[in-house]
Ligand binder design. Sequence first.
Ligand code: 5GP
Ligand code: ZN
Length: 139
Amino acid sequence: MSTCIFCDIIEKKSPASIVYEDEIVLAFLDINPVTKGHLLVIPKKHFRIFTDLDETTASHLFEITLKLSKAIRESDLNCEGLNLFLAEEQIAMQKVFHAHIHLIPRYHNDGFGIKANFTMYPLRKELNTIASQIKKQKI
Ligand code: 5GP
Ligand code: ZN
């Protein structure tokens, strides 16, 4: 067993209900699903957090997430929508430090939600200042 539960799942040292696997990506059902069909999509290589990923791996991760999203929408799960969720670092609620995307099917009255203090109508000047802080980085 390694110190990473997701690496153990990739190496088949721990059980998981796998729905997709290729050379780069693995997708399996979350052991504590917030809704029926809650999936985790992970890179097979161990990256601690999302922003450690290289672009090739990230592109493939999102391509497979899109394909899985379409598969879920067309499946007999009969969900009415989807949420994607990604946590980076403890402050953002990351608990397993092997980067992963949550793919969460949504159903009427499923109880899933995100608690937030939505700011009402921030000033355009304030929004533009924040935009320029991000834009000045190399993207
Ligand atoms: P995080 O908060 O890090 O984004 O979420 C980690 C997720 O991994 C949680 O939803 C948790 O239920 C799931 N998880 C933790 N350990 C295991 C496990 O051993 N197997 C599976 N399938 N999911 C796990
Ligand atoms: Zn790992």
